[in-house]
Write a protein that binds this ligand. Structure first.
Ligand code: HEM
Length: 177
């Protein structure tokens, strides 16, 4: 009886010791300061216009349910929820809609895109870059297909340069069609 009790106590003690040893305290010095890529570059640098045209069609990212939801004058419009029957706006894409597009792009995987920005694009394994490549172009499965390529594609360069912190506006313009 006494022997069984001792072995149970020993087992519990070993269990506690094992748990204590795997509770690794994160090293605060290892933390990387991450911040999202620039909103100004997204809106003024041509990234928004590129995404409206190349990703924002109504059967693609111009849908309320898409995590990457893109508003635009030719696609989904931001309407006042308190006025459900209101007519579809015919104005150009509003600043509000462009800001929402920016937030949608950076809030998909905030840590990953922040880390990519902090490492100037050295880190690039996240959905905003990998999905539009599709499996065909070294990306991941994408129902929208291989919309972009890694090399020689101004559209991919537009997205990647923005994430790296220095948007290539000419590439964004060349890829907006
Ligand atoms: C350069 C333009 C594009 C980018 C950056 C892009 C990016 C993405 C990302 C990050 C996701 C995962 C988040 C989500 O589900 O919303 C996604 C999914 C999706 N995309 Fe796109 N996309 C692009 C173009 C398109 C186009 C043109 C279509 C339609 C022909 C499309 C259709 C879809 C669909 C249906 C999904 C959900 C299913 C899935 O995960 O594959 N996308 N895309």
């Amino acid at each position: 009886m006494m022997c069984r009790k001792n072995s149970a106590l020993v087992a519990i003690a070993l269990g506690v010791a094992a748990c204590a040893s795997c509770a690794v305290v994160p090293d605060p010095n290892q933390a990387a300061v991450v911040s999202p890529p620039s909103r100004e570059q997204f809106i003024m640098g041509g990234v928004n216009d590129f995404m409206e045209r190349r990703c924002g069609a109504l059967d693609c990212h111009g849908q309320i349910g898409r995590p990457l939801r893109i508003y635009g004058a030719l696609g989904l419009r931001k309407t006042d929820p308190s006025m459900p029957g209101a007519e579809r706006p015919t104005t150009a894409t509003t600043d509000d809609e462009k800001i929402d597009n920016y937030l949608s792009a950076i809030d998909l995987e905030p840590e990953a895109i922040g880390y990519a920005n902090a490492t100037k694009g050295e880190y690039d394994d996240f959905l905003l870059l990998k999905k539009p490549l599709g499996l065909e172009n070294e990306g991941v499965r994408h129902k929208g297909g291989p919309v972009l390529r890694v090399t020689g594609d101004p559209g991919f360069e537009c997205l990647r340069s923005w994430i790296r912190g220095a948007v290539r506006t000419k590439d964004c313009q060349d890829a907006t069609f």
